[in-house]
Write a protein that binds this ligand. Structure first.
Ligand code: NAD
Length: 291
């Protein structure tokens, strides 16, 4: 078994991005600039946004973090999005999800101009992805593709099973793995909460991508010998041994599954860092397109 080391790979990618930023600045260009909007103070969202801002710093990007109260109206949030859309100094905008119940996530996502939608959630970007046209790919699926490519995982002709059909991970992942591209050309099965024979299906996967948000859901009996496993899940669970009182768990029971597979992502240190690196990559692309 070999680890698909997302932390290491993301650091390599960030080093490559930093080199490009330096060269843009050396030629008199401006630093790429990512803006993030955080509504409320949900612990996990706070951690993710802080990690994104820190990553911007590391690669030499400017960043702006707009914090809004959990009770903020949808109208005020949409107005913040509009201001950033119109701010020519900013190249990319993300609104950290989930949003409070009284705000429509789709309305907010659709308000972001597609040219700055570096999370790749806007219908225009998702539609262009479907057609294999240039677009910002959703950051997590894009990070997974990059990880598989850098580890030279053979995907062509393989059976890829995706567990979870969210708009931001499972559904786009299933489309990308079926495309006629270098990392792609799989026969894909997309499974979800209504799938009745999940274990039978997952046991036939050469590549198993798991994104459902249930800690240690995938056990050894659900996995084929030699499979490649990508664990997207991140759930905070209580811990008596960490200072913070919690730790992160993936959707795969790592200790029992790892010995069976050829490659597996750890949690933490797998897909999470790759998502952030992809977000930076999308922001760099946006900055280059806008200059
Ligand atoms: P979600 O929470 O929106 O949806 C969960 C999906 O899992 C649904 O499509 C549902 O049909 C499916 N599901 C639920 N129970 C199931 C079952 N018993 N069998 C099969 N399918 C089932 O999904 P999401 O937003 O993609 O998040 C999934 C997990 O990935 C969460 O833990 C989230 O925190 C994590 N996540 C991680 C990253 C990262 O960068 N590593 C990014 C996004 C999401």
């Amino acid at each position: 078994m070999q680890l698909l080391d997302g932390k290491l790979t993301a650091n390599t990618l960030k080093d490559e991005i930093a080199i490009e930023v330096n060269s843009i600045i050396a030629k008199g260009g401006k630093k790429p600039h990512l803006a993030a909007i955080l509504v409320g103070s949900n612990g996990a969202s706070e951690t993710y946004v802080n990690a994104k801002v820190k990553a911007c710093d590391k690669v030499g990007f400017d960043s702006t973090l707009v914090r809004l109260d959990a009770n903020v109206s949808e109208e005020i949030l949409l107005n913040e999005v509009r201001k950033i859309n119109e701010n020519s100094a900013i190249d990319g905008l993300i609104v950290q999800l989930p949003l409070p119940k009284h705000i429509s996530e789709s309305k907010v996502t659709e308000k972001i101009v597609p040219e700055k939608d570096v999370d790749g959630f806007h219908p225009i970007n998702l539609g262009r992805m479907m057609l294999n046209l240039p677009s910002f790919l959703p950051a997590t699926p894009a990070g997974i593709l990059e990880l598989l490519e850098r580890y030279e995982i053979e995907t062509s002709g393989k059976h890829c099973v995706v567990i979870g059909r969210s708009n931001i991970v499972g559904s786009p992942m299933s489309v990308l793995m079926a495309r006629n591209t270098k990392i792609g050309n799989c026969t894909v099965t997309l499974t979800h909460s209504r799938t009745t024979n999940l274990k039978e299906i997952s046991r036939t996967a050469d590549i198993l991508i798991v994104a459902l948000g249930k800690p240690e859901f995938v056990t050894a009996d659900m996995v084929k010998e030699g499979a490649v496993i990508v664990d997207v899940g991140i759930t905070r669970v209580k811990s008596e041994i960490t200072k913070s009182g919690w730790k992160l768990k993936g959707d795969v029971a790592f200790d029992e599954v790892a010995p069976k597979c050829s490659f597996i992502t750890p949690v933490p240190g797998g897909v999470g860092p790759m998502t952030i690196a992809s977000l930076l990559k999308n922001t760099l692309i946006s900055a280059k397109q806008r200059k």
